[in-house]
Write a protein that binds this ligand. Structure first.
Ligand SMILES: N[C@@H](CCC(=O)N[C@@H](CS)C(=O)NCC(=O)O)C(=O)O
Length: 206
C-alpha cells in the first residue's frame, strides 16, 4: 500500500492528498510531529514532508510525487493527455513553485528572523533589569560597592548605574536612554539609590 509521511496543515501534503483522492488510491498516512522530523529523516534522508513510499520506491517533493503517481497510476489522469497541454501544465506548476511561492516563503523566513531578534532583546532586557538585585546585594551593610571606602569599583560602575536615579532629559544619547529605561529604580532598590546619591557627591576633576 502507498504510505505517505505528513504533518498537520501541510500545503504540500494536501497536494498529494488531492492527487491520491482523485486516483482513488488507498493510503497509509504516517503522522509526524511538526517539531520532530526524526521519522522523516530516517525514511528519506531529509526533513520535509510529504514523503511517499510505494512498493520500495521512495519519492520526496510534492511535485515529484504528483508526477510519480501519474506515471505509476495513469487512470484517471491528473495531467492533460495532449503532450503540448501537458508541457504547459508542467511549466505553469514550475512557475508556481519557483516564482509564486517565493514571496510567502521569504515572508515566513523574515518573520522567524524577527522573532529571533525579539527573543534576544527580551533576554537582554531581563538580564539588565535583574542586575539591579546584584548591585543591591553588593551594598548590604556597606556604603560603597566594594567595601567601606570609595574605590575603583565605584569609579567603574557609577557613570552607568547613575541612570537608575539621575536622568538629564538633555542627554539624548541612545545608550543612556536604554540605561534610564531599564535601570530606573522606582524606590525598589534603596541601597543602590543611596549609593548613587552618595557617589554623585564625590568630586570630579574639572
Ligand atoms: N518542495 C517541497 C517542499 C516541502 C515542504 O516545504 N514541506 C513543508 C510542509 S508544507 C515542511 O515539511 N516544512 C518544514 C518545516 O515546517 O519545518 C515539496 O513541494 O514537497
Amino acid at each position: 500500500m502507498i504510505r505517505v509521511w505528513r504533518i498537520p496543515f501541510s500545503t504540500n501534503v494536501e497536494r498529494v492528498a488531492l492527487a491520491l483522492g482523485h486516483k482513488g488510491l488507498e493510503t497509509e498516512w504516517v503522522d509526524v510531529d511538526r517539531l520532530d522530523r526524526t521519522a522523516v529523516v530516517e525514511a528519506s534522508g531529509q526533513p520535509l514532508v510529504p514523503v511517499l513510499e510505494d512498493e520500495g520506491t521512495l519519492v520526496t517533493d510534492s511535485t515529484a510525487i504528483l508526477e510519480y503517481l501519474e506515471v505509476r497510476y495513469p487512470e484517471p489522469p491528473l495531467y492533460p493527455r495532449d503532450e503540448a497541454r501537458r508541457a504547459e501544465a508542467v511549466v505553469l506548476i514550475d512557475w508556481f513553485n519557483r516564482v509564486w511561492k517565493k514571496p510567502p516563503n521569504e515572508l515566513e523566513r523574515a518573520l522567524s528572523v524577527e522573532e529571533r531578534v525579539e527573543k534576544r532583546i527580551r533576554a537582554q532586557v531581563e538580564e539588565l533589569e535583574r542586575s539591579r538585585d546584584r548591585f543591591e546585594a553588593l551594598l548590604a551593610d556597606r556604603p560603597y560597592m566594594f567595601g567601606d571606602e570609595f574605590g575603583v569599583v565605584d569609579c567603574a560602575f557609577f557613570p552607568f548605574l547613575k541612570f537608575g536615579v539621575l536622568d538629564d532629559p538633555a542627554d539624548t544619547e541612545p545608550f543612556h536612554r536604554i540605561l534610564v529605561e531599564h535601570l530606573t529604580l522606582d524606590g525598589a532598590y534603596p541601597r543602590l539609590e543611596a549609593w548613587i546619591r552618595r557617589v554623585d557627591e564625590h568630586p570630579r576633576a574639572q
